[in-house]
Design a protein around this ligand. Sequence first.
Ligand code: ADP
Length: 381
Amino acid sequence: MMKFIRTHLVWKVFLSYVLVVLVGAMILITAASLSVPAAFERHMDSMNAIMTNASATGNNQQMQSELFSQYTTAVYEAVTYAALAALIAAILASFFISRQVVTPMLRMMSLSHRIAQGEYEERLSLPDGQPADQIDELGQLALSFNQMADKLEKTETMRRQLIGDVTHELRTPLTAVKGYLEGLMDGVLPGDPETYQQIHSEIDRLQRLVNDLQELSRVEAGAIQLQLAPVSPASLIERIQSTLGRQFEDKNIQFQTDLEKNLPDILVDKDRIIQVLTNLAGNALQYTPSGGKVSMQVRREKSEILFSVKDTGIGISAEQLPFIFNRFYRTDKSRNRASGGSGIGLTIAKALVQAHHGKIWAASDGEGKGSTFSFLIPLPK
Ligand code: ADP
């Protein structure tokens, strides 16, 4: 019962009002019991005088009306004092109770103003050590408020980091293009096809980066509209084979597929899942040296379909594995930047899999020992 009251603001406020009324009533009764005899005493003399006067004149009616008037004056006086005392007590009690409700709100208000001005550090203090289910709605509101502040602070940090990352990513190809052009203008570099080809490839990289960024901002904002339709896992693998098979051959990498029989259809946006698979297979192609092997496996795991891409490539160290899906993360920055990777592909893949309510992860036994990227897509219920 106490817990119920403690956790429900409505009951707290209701009981507070009942308490105010009770305090008022008690003060009224106490004050009346004190003031009535005193008032009566004070008017006793005049009453006595009226009665003596009445017995002398024999005018009973006049005595009664005079006595009544004295009596009502005494009662009014007593009730007025008692009511005043009760009123003051009720006002004081209401004031303290209102303050209890309003103070945290005022703090929330001033904190929200500060957050609006970009100061994210401060948090509201919560009832000490009380579990979340033991605090009332105001406490819950403070809790949500703090969570909101956490989220805003994180978003702000991410925004700053993103701007920093993007600036850094753009600066490199821009500096290179500027360098080539200055070389051409000064006559240090020859105006031959090779130089123009290098400029072209830098600009190409810039363009890819901008496209990736646009896609990233779309997926991170959760603004991707999935066109869900039943798709057979085999058709997805076939598509990858037809688009990338040639490149695996050219690099002399063995490309294998291993598909469990009678797999049910999955309800997905086909193009988006192909995008994920292309990214994983493309990475496997890029990070596996000639003579290596890449295999793509699809099988059923209870109520999900597991896709995995396994390669015998350069592998990923245990320290780097947790960061592999972070945007702009590359295990070997200079090498991969030169090879054209922006470090955004896996971030997009993760967002796309999560948009399908799936899960994606990477595993590797370490550098030089190959990697396996896997993701799960839940089967339609
Ligand atoms: P990128 O465009 O640089 O390939 P990704 O987000 O696709 O960006 O990958 C991020 C980083 O993860 C890569 O730069 C690379 O260091 C590492 N990586 C991804 N796939 C593999 C793989 N199959 N083997 C080894 N490292 C990989």
